[in-house]
Design a protein around this ligand. Structure first.
Ligand code: ATP
Length: 137
């Protein structure tokens, strides 16, 4: 059993895609363990995207992720991390296959709608950034 951190980013919330995205995870059979609408603080954004410090897109990424509410979630199930990444699709939207969330709805890589943890270590770290242990059901 695995847990993964999934976040509808500000562009997804603004475009009214929370329901669509949650539905895809529910249809797959993953279990929702926590969810909330929240605004990411600059401190949380820095921790979440620490591996991208210094990259050309980092300043825009910081500004974007803190620009409006996100829908933060924890999904649980066997291979939840890999399954969530499959449902979300490739980071580069030109590579994201139709049928994936990014493949179906995202036009630009820097506005790619949704985040999913890429490893068990990232999942644990990211869940800890956005949720207190007692928020997990
Ligand atoms: P996320 O962490 O948001 O799920 P990811 O794991 O698919 O995305 P990462 O490589 O961790 O991809 O990149 C984090 C985010 O940084 C991407 O989702 C995207 O918004 C932005 N990003 C990554 N690469 C680029 C790029 N080449 N140009 C613009 N933005 C980028």
């Amino acid at each position: 059993m695995e847990r993964t951190y999934v976040m509808v980013k500000p562009d997804g919330v603004q475009r009214g895609l929370i329901g669509e995205i949650v539905r895809r995870f529910e249809n797959k059979g993953l279990r929702l363990a926590a969810a909330k609408l929240m605004t990411v603080t600059p401190a949380q954004a820095e921790r979440h995207y620490q591996e991208h410090v210094g990259k050309p897109f980092y300043p825009d990424l910081m500004k974007f992720i803190t620009s409006g509410p996100v829908f933060a979630m924890v999904w649980e199930g066997d291979s939840a991390i890999a399954l969530a990444r499959k449902l979300i699709g490739k980071t580069d939207v030109t590579e994201a296959a139709p049928g994936t969330i990014r493949g179906d709805f995202a036009l630009h890589t820097n506005r790619n709608l949704v985040h999913g943890s890429d490893s068990p270590e990232s999942a644990e770290r990211e869940i800890g950034i956005f949720f207190a242990p007692e928020e997990l059901q």
